[in-house]
Design a protein around this ligand. Structure first.
Ligand code: PLP
Length: 463
């Protein structure tokens, strides 16, 4: 097995592009079992992120992606996206500093938090991260004091009549009817507003949410220009789906969005269009595999649903696994996510039972699956959950002293060789990668990354 180093503390296992992901999970589990290791682990497919990047460039060629770091701040993800030339949406001083430390230029960052701490604005000024969003008058005064030459983007509320997984309009966004007044205030203070942004909500379920928001943004854009601002930027935010089971596909959104952009912001208008995708890039790239640490057969029920589901009276199984809602499955609470369990090994007996799966803490809220149907499993077996890259590992805690999962990276060898044509050579920004990834746009400069080749497979961190 070939393994390459990708910066500090990160090793990437390279494999044939035909290898199914469950086979990789099984290999990792077999390796852990040999070490008597039962720790939960993430498996991150860096090649999946590269494919998403290529798809973005193919389907939304006019829109520059600025990856939303909050969604998953894993160092290898950030390093890979920086190498691909993607920009970054940062919400805090820490996120800005992480991205700058990768060698990303400040001009590739948008500080997209409309309500910022004063000292963070001063930090942005010191680091020359000058593009930032606002949606209220108090923010204008703070920016005037801390960074008067910043380039500001007014975040407006998009139309709210569309279904989304996570609403954001309840917290941020200036109502379009108040925009003119706020822009006037900015003008009075001599501030430089350069454009409009919106966020339709995370995990949008209807493509038309984007076209409606673009139309509203165009109206406010025109008002700003009428007030004398030299607007040249539209930021269409995040919300794009990250996995194949999403209610609307990225392609459907891109079709609707391109039409709306070409109608309201045709190329001749010379408006730079950026977006802040988070889950789009990372959701499907990560799976988590957890270990069954305890098990219980229940035949007398307190839970009415469980009793009703166990129609034939076989009993129901409760499994306790070593990550839960206080860890990586916090997405069930914060992101309104739902998860699907996949068995790592074929069951001894395929007969299914009513099943609930619980996290390792002592809290009754810590439940991952309720009323699922699974064959009987044993303590020590592993269960895998796909599509776990978005809003999972970044907000996980160690509540009850439970450890965070290990992280293993892999990538198809073809994709890796395309990214880094010679593994031993550090690619220069002008290296032939532009030939191998034909849709890599001009202006998207590749960054220098450290890589080295290792011969051994990564050793699990286990005792
Ligand atoms: N931009 C901002 C300002 C956000 O608050 C978020 C998510 O909360 C994102 C981008 C990323 O959204 P998504 O992951 O839905 O693409």
């Amino acid at each position: 097995m070939k393994t390459v180093g990708f910066g500090k503390n990160c090793k990437v296992q390279l494999h044939s592009s035909r290898k199914p992901y469950m086979e990789l999970v099984q290999e990792r589990v077999a390796h852990l079992e040999l070490q008597h290791c039962e720790d939960a682990f993430f498996l991150a497919d860096l090649g999946d992120i590269v494919k998403k990047y290529e798809k973005w460039m193919e389907l939304l060629p006019r829109v520059e992606p600025f990856y939303a770091v909050k969604c998953n701040n894993d160092p290898a993800v950030l390093k890979l996206l920086a190498h691909l030339g993607v920009g970054f949406d940062c919400a805090s001083k820490d996120e800005i500093s992480r991205v700058l430390r990768l060698g990303v230029r400040p001009s590739r960052i948008v500080y997209a938090n409309p309500c910022k701490q004063n000292s963070f604005i001063r930090y942005a000024a010191k680091e020359k991260v000058d593009l930032m969003t606002f949606d209220n008058e108090a923010e204008l005064y703070k920016i005037k004091n801390a960074y008067p030459t910043a380039r500001l983007v007014l975040r407006i509320l998009p139309p709210a009549n569309f279904k989304v997984q996570c609403e954001l309009g309840n917290k941020f966004g200036c109502h379009p009817s108040d925009a003119r007044c706020l822009l006037r205030k900015a003008k009075e203070h001599g501030l430089n507003v350069v454009g409009i942004s919106f966020h339709v909500g995370s995990g949008v379920e209807e493509a038309e949410a984007f076209s409606a928001a673009v139309e509203t943004a165009a109206q406010v854009f025109n008002e700003g220009q009428a007030l004398g601002f030299d607007f040249d930027l539209l930021d269409i935010g995040g919300g794009f789906p990250g996995h194949s089971e999403a209610p609307v596909t990225f392609k459907e959104i891109a079709t609707v969005l391109n039409k709306a952009l070409n109608k309201h912001f045709p190329p001749k208008r010379n408006v730079r269009i950026i977006a802040e995708p988070g889950r789009y890039f990372v959701a499907s790239a990560f799976s988590i595999t957890v270990n069954i640490i305890a098990k219980r057969l229940v035949t007398s029920y307190l839970d009415k649903d469980m009793a009703e589901n166990d129609k034939d009276g076989k009993g129901a199984f409760m499994y306790y696994v070593n990550d839960g809602v206080y860890g990586s499955f916090n997405s069930l609470l914060y992101d309104h996510a739902s998860v699907e369990a996949r068995l790592v090994n074929a069951p001894v007996n395929p007969m299914e039972f009513v099943t609930s799966v619980w996290g390792p803490t002592c809290d009754g809220l810590d439940q991952i699956l309720k009323n699922a149907k699974l064959p009987e499993l044993d303590v020590g077996e592993f269960i895998n959950f796909p599509d776990m890259g978005a809003y999972t590992l970044c907000a996980g805690s160690t509540f009850n002293g439970m450890p965070r999962p290990d992280m293993f990276y892999h990538c198809s060898e073809n994709i890796w060789n395309t990214l880094f044509p010679s593994d031993l050579k550090v690619p220069e920004p002008s290296s032939p990668i532009t030939k191998s990834l034909p849709i890599l746009k001009a202006g998207h400069q590749l960054e220098k990354v450290e890589i080295d080749v290792l011969s051994a497979s990564p050793t699990p961190v286990c005792v």
